[in-house]
Ligand binder design. Structure first.
Ligand SMILES: *Cc1c(COP(=O)(O)O)cnc(C)c1O
Length: 497
């Protein structure tokens, strides 16, 4: 486990340009047969669309292309290589059966402009998924349109706004706990609301007394993540829902942490009015670069009239159709009907597991997180002692005494063969180490992770420089993350000729 390859890696890094640029004139990875049809004048055929000068393209052989992309694929980290303990992201394994089903020709090649009459199979998949998600959440109706969790939040708050408008005023504020994910306040602001911060108590839960004094008729909704980003279940959830409803407000639940609840409790039963799910978290569809996301929004009956159009409906003869005649709808939030390939994968996952399998998944996810909590408590500071569910949040308090912060520990973890955990979030824990193993990991992998984290803590005591300069085994070491976000350089461009 000791990373000893740093010299050779450095050497390669210095020659990155040489390794990347492989083109030399005359090489090709293809050969076409002699044309057996008469040549035509491209100018005549294409008119002004003809491209007079070709851009410069790399000239490489077939094996060079294959090696290039295969090599690039090994420079990255993936769930298929090892554990991805990125707290709050639920980076679970994406089962291959999902992929097999999503690639079935009729599903992969179905076009969104197919008439409903010959797309009944696809619509049935969407209806079945909707029914499953409604059952899992205990809500009454759902839209599958939003393309991510944050997009679902916005869709949900637009419905909240429409609901209050129908009662005469959209109201002014959204209450958001200080433990919330950054997308929550961003969503509230985008939906035209002022954000009011709600502080947590010493147990890491919503302070009910603070909520009581802050809740009034200006508040449109409370946006709550449950379990919250500390992994703590909001035990006063019934009281919280009652407080909101008593003053005519709504309870929005950020469902990103549903991996801790599926098959155990249902948000619809504890007073939630509207919530999103992240299919790319809880329901094992790929994240980000691995595929488009999906953030369905489920609502109670009171909000159903405001669902985005079109809404899937079942005709009396059991055929399915899209209903566009929804005068109170917030309108469309996505082209077509959402990311269909993700619906197929999520439904495959749900059906492969079944109700008992999903419940087992939840129990395993919670067990794994608590195994890590137990293994690292004492080695790392645990700021909140409240029982945690699917994730656990430590702080770098002990290591900070030696000048080592959470980001340094996360970078060093890369040298041990793990993706970093989530750093610096939630904001109520300074120097947070937010760890979520998910149910996918075996006890052997969890033991390796715990041992890696303990080993790093020993290094902090004995040789902090090793940790402060990590990672040592990657192609590049510490990047300027701000510049990477502000001035992304995402593709190869030919050298100016
Ligand atoms: C991931 C996450 C979101 C945002 O979801 P995206 O799909 O990334 O847009 C919102 N809230 C919480 C708590 C999350 O973990």
């Amino acid at each position: 486990m000791n990373p000893v390859t740093r010299k050779s890696t450095r050497h390669v890094n210095q020659n990155e340009g040489l390794i990347f640029e492989k083109s030399s004139p005359g090489k090709a990875a293809w050969r076409l047969p002699q044309s057996d049809v008469p040549e035509v004048d491209a100018g005549k055929l294409l008119g002004s669309a003809e491209r007079k000068t070709l851009g410069s393209m790399p000239e490489v052989s077939e094996i060079e292309i294959i090696r290039h992309f295969t090599r690039l694929s090994t420079w990255n980290y993936a769930i298929d290589l090892g554990m991805y303990p990125l707290g709050s992201c639920t980076m679970k394994y994406n089962p291959r059966v999902n992929e097999v089903v999503a690639r079935l020709e009729g599903l992969a090649n179905g076009h969104p402009y197919l008439p409903e009459s010959i797309a009944q199979g696809a619509l049935r998949i969407m209806k079945s998924l909707s029914d499953c998600l409604i059952e899992i959440t205990g809500m009454d109706a759902i839209t599958l349109q939003p393309a991510a969790g944050a997009h679902g939040e916005l869709t949900g708050l637009l419905m909240v706004r429409a609901f209050h408008e129908s009662k005469g005023s959209p109201r002014k504020k959204i209450l958001i706990p200080d433990s919330a994910h950054g997308t929550n306040p961003a969503t509230a602001a985008t939906a035209g609301y002022a954000v009011e911060n709600l502080k947590s108590n010493t147990a890491g839960m919503v302070d009910v007394a603070a909520l009581t004094s802050q809740m009034n008729e200006d508040v449109a909704a409370l946006m709550l993540t449950n379990p919250n980003t500390l992994g703590v279940f909001e035990q006063d959830i019934h009281k919280i829902a009652d407080l909101m409803h008593a003053k005519g407000g709504l309870l929005y639940m950020d469902g990103a942490n549903m991996n801790a609840l599926v098959g155990k409790v249902r948000p619809g039963d504890f007073g939630v009015d509207v919530m999103h799910l992240n299919l790319h978290k809880t329901f094992s569809t790929p994240h980000g670069g691995g595929g488009p996301g999906s953030g369905p929004v489920a609502v109670k009956r009171t909000l159903e009239p405001y669902l985005p159009t079109p809404v899937l409906k079942e005709n009396p003869d059991s055929t399915l159709a899209f209903d566009y005649d929804r005068p109170q709808s917030v309108g469309r939030v996505r082209a077509f009907y959402g990311n269909f390939g993700m619906f197929v994968r999520a439904l495959a996952y749900i059906m492969a597991n079944g109700p008992d399998g999903l419940r087992q998944t939840t129990e395993d996810a919670v067990l794994n997180a608590n195994y890590i909590r137990k293994g690292l408590d004492g080695t790392y500071d645990l700021p909140y002692k409240t029982p945690t569910m699917h994730e656990v949040v430590f702080s770098d308090k002990l290591q900070a005494k030696k000048g080592v912060r959470t980001m340094d520990i996360a970078k060093r973890l890369i040298d041990y063969g793990f993706h970093p955990y989530t750093t610096a979030f939630p904001l109520i824990v300074p120097g947070a180490l937010m760890i979520e193993p998910t149910e996918s990991e075996s006890i052997e992998e969890l033991d390796l992770f715990v041992e890696a984290m303990r080993s790093i803590a020993r290094e902090v005591d004995e040789d902090p420089q090793t940790v402060l300069q990590a990672p040592h085994t990657t192609r590049v070491s510490r990047l300027d993350e701000t510049a990477a976000a502000r001035k992304p350089n995402l593709r190869w461009k030919p050298a100016a000729s």
